[in-house]
Design a protein around this ligand. Structure first.
Ligand code: GLN
Length: 278
C-alpha cells in the first residue's frame, strides 16, 4: 500500500473517534516508518512493507479504542518542548500553558526565586518555568511514584539543572520550606462527571477530586499559605464553572488579591491568590 493511501484509509477509520483524524493518522504512520511528517508529503508514493502495515494496524486499533495519541507515542508537546508521558501522568493540555504564562509574568527575568509545582505529573509545568527562568530553583512534587519517575526523566532530558523532584502528598514533602510562587494543576473533575468516560486512559488520581471536584483546591487553600513568602503568589488551574467556588474557598482561607484568568478559548481557567504572610 502507498503511504498516501494508508493515510486516507486510516483517516476515514479514525474520523468517528477523533476530531484530528488526519493528523492522528499521519503521526501514527510516521511512528511506524520512523520518519517525520514532511516525509509523507515528499514521498506519497512510497510503499509500506508488511511489517509496517502490521505495526500501523496495531496503533490504529489503540487509537480507535480511544487511547490518546500522547500515550501511544509516549510523548506530548507542551510549551514548545517534548515531554515523555505515561498512563501514570495526565497528558499536558494546551490550556495549562496559561499557568506557565502567569507564573512567568510574576517572576522577573533575572529573579533567583524558589518556585514550587505541586502535583507535577510529567513535570511539564515545572520544566517549562525552569527553562524560562534558569536562575530560579523549581521544586516539583507528586504523590505518584510512577508519575514522578516520568518527571525525573523529563528533567534529565532538559539540559538545565534547576528542577528538583520530590515525592509526597501535596505540601507535605516541602513542609518548612518557603517559596515565592506556587503553581498547581490539581485534579478538579467531579467524581460523577460524564466526561470521565472520555478520559478513561488518564489517571483518576490526577483528574478527580471529590464530589464537587474541589477537594484538592481546598487542601491547597488551607496549606499553601504556610509555604509562601510574604506577598507570595499561588496559581491554581480549575474547571470552567469553578471560578466562583474557587474564589470563595480562597477568600474564606484568608487569601487576598484573588483574580481569575481566562485561557485562550476565553474560559475561566486559572485563579491567582496572594498570601499576606500572616
Ligand atoms: N483539564 C482536564 C480536563 O478537564 C482535567 C485536568 C485536571 O483535573 N487537572 O480534561
Amino acid at each position: 500500500m502507498r503511504l498516501d493511501a494508508a493515510v486516507t484509509e486510516a483517516t476515514e477509520r479514525l474520523s468517528t473517534n477523533s476530531d484530528s483524524a488526519r493528523l492522528d493518522a499521519e503521526i501514527l504512520l510516521c511512528q511506524c516508518i520512523n520518519m517525520d511528517r514532511s516525509y509523507l508529503f515528499a514521498h506519497p508514493e512510497d510503499i509500506l512493507d508488511d511489517l509496517a502495515i502490521a505495526r500501523f494496524e496495531k496503533l490504529l486499533q489503540r487509537r480507535t479504542a480511544g487511547e490518546p495519541i500522547a500515550y501511544i507515542m509516549g510523548a506530548k508537546e507542551f510549551w514548545s518542548q517534548n515531554f515523555l508521558v505515561s498512563p501514570a501522568t495526565l497528558v499536558p493540555r494546551p490550556e495549562t500553558e496559561l499557568l506557565v504564562e502567569l507564573a512567568l509574568r510574576e517572576i522577573p527575568r533575572k529573579a533567583d526565586w524558589q518556585v514550587l509545582d505541586l502535583g507535577t505529573g510529567c513535570g511539564a509545568i515545572a520544566i517549562a518555568i525552569a527553562a524560562e527562568r534558569q536562575m530560579c530553583d523549581v521544586t516539583a512534587t507528586d504523590i505518584s511514584t510512577d508519575a514522578l519517575a516520568i518527571a525525573k526523566q523529563n528533567v534529565r532530558q532538559a539540559s538545565f539543572g534547576n528542577v528538583t523532584c520530590i515525592e509526597g502528598n501535596w505540601t507535605e514533602p516541602v513542609a518548612g520550606q518557603r517559596f515565592r510562587v506556587i503553581v498547581c494543576n490539581p485534579p478538579y473533575v467531579r467524581a460523577d462527571d460524564n466526561r470521565l468516560q472520555a478520559l478513561k486512559y488518564e489517571p483518576l488520581l490526577a483528574l478527580v477530586s471529590g464530589k464537587d471536584g474541589l477537594d484538592a483546591i481546598r487542601v491547597l487553600a488551607r496549606d499553601c499559605g504556610a509555604l509562601l513568602e510574604e506577598e507570595g503568589l499561588l496559581l491554581v488551574e480549575h474547571g470552567a464553572e469553578q471560578s466562583d467556588a474557587v474564589a470563595s474557598i480562597f477568600a474564606a482561607a484568608g487569601w487576598g488579591d484573588i483574580a481569575c484568568h481566562n485561557d485562550l478559548a476565553g474560559i475561566p481557567r486559572v485563579t491567582a491568590a496572594r498570601w499576606d504572610g500572616k
